[in-house]
Design a protein around this ligand. Structure first.
Ligand code: MG
Length: 235
């Protein structure tokens, strides 16, 4: 079995590192929290948000995001500094992959930072987490194209978009990792032949079940469903 697995949001905790940088640069979010929600609601009612102030708010948010990315890019070997989302799961993946003779590919679209290349930083992080000799592929195109080119049987990813990509463009079976209960996303993912799991650990369990072997058999239907999803039903 050939397994592709995503890094950020799936194995590595980029969100917490992101929040820490954001707070370091701009202070904690919602510093106005000294006011109660009621007071803020009253304030907003008194001064209704106009389109212009909303736009200004969005621009400020965009600038803030750009600054955080700038800080990340200038941090030497930033990608080696992240915490794992599920401690021990990379080591477990390594153990099971050896036992089961799985070929594992770590896929990422991380931007470059100061220091080592993204590929080498990611390899060092994976080795530190317990996976020796990791194959890390830095991608720019869609996950679906990568899954098809690499003949992946399975992709484990935290983004529904990536899972749908894979359903549309390859015979790979996507596993969507949804740590927080989200029934609406889970239900639409399942309709499109995406397997929903609550953790990478659960994905590893499910992949060891006998029926996990082999790619998707129903390759046409999900593509039609995907077309329907984008309002091109009836094709
Ligand atoms: Mg991700």
């Amino acid at each position: 079995m050939r397994i592709g697995i995503d890094l950020d949001g799936t194995l590595a905790d980029l969100a917490s590192a992101w929040r820490a940088i954001d707070e370091r640069l701009f202070g904690p979010r919602g510093t106005a929290s000294v006011a109660t929600q009621d007071e803020r609601d009253a304030d907003e009612a008194a001064t209704p948000t106009t389109g212009a102030t909303r736009l200004a708010g969005e621009r400020a948010e965009q600038r803030r995001r750009l600054e955080v990315w700038r800080a990340i890019r200038s941090t030497p070997d930033f990608w080696t500094t992240l915490e794992p989302l599920e401690p021990g799961v990379v080591r477990r993946l390594h153990t099971v992959a050896l036992e089961r003779r799985w070929e594992v590919f770590f896929l990422t679209q991380r931007p470059a930072t100061a220091g080592d290349t993204v590929q080498r930083q990611t390899q060092r992080w994976l080795v530190a987490q317990g996976f020796d000799q990791p194959s890390v592929l830095t991608l720019t195109g869609s996950r679906g194209a990568a899954a098809a080119a690499l003949y992946l049987d399975v992709l484990v990813d935290d983004l529904p978009r990536n899972c749908l990509d894979v359903v549309a463009e390859s015979r790979c079976r996507p596993f969507l990792v949804l740590p927080k209960p989200d029934e609406a996303t889970a239900a639409s993912a399942r309709r499109l032949d995406v397997t929903v799991v609550s953790s990478v650990g659960e994905a590893i369990d499910r992949l060891q079940e006998p029926e996990a072997v082999g790619g998707r058999t129903r390759s046409r239907r999900p593509v039609l469903s995907l077309a329907a999803l984008f309002g091109r039903g009836g094709e």
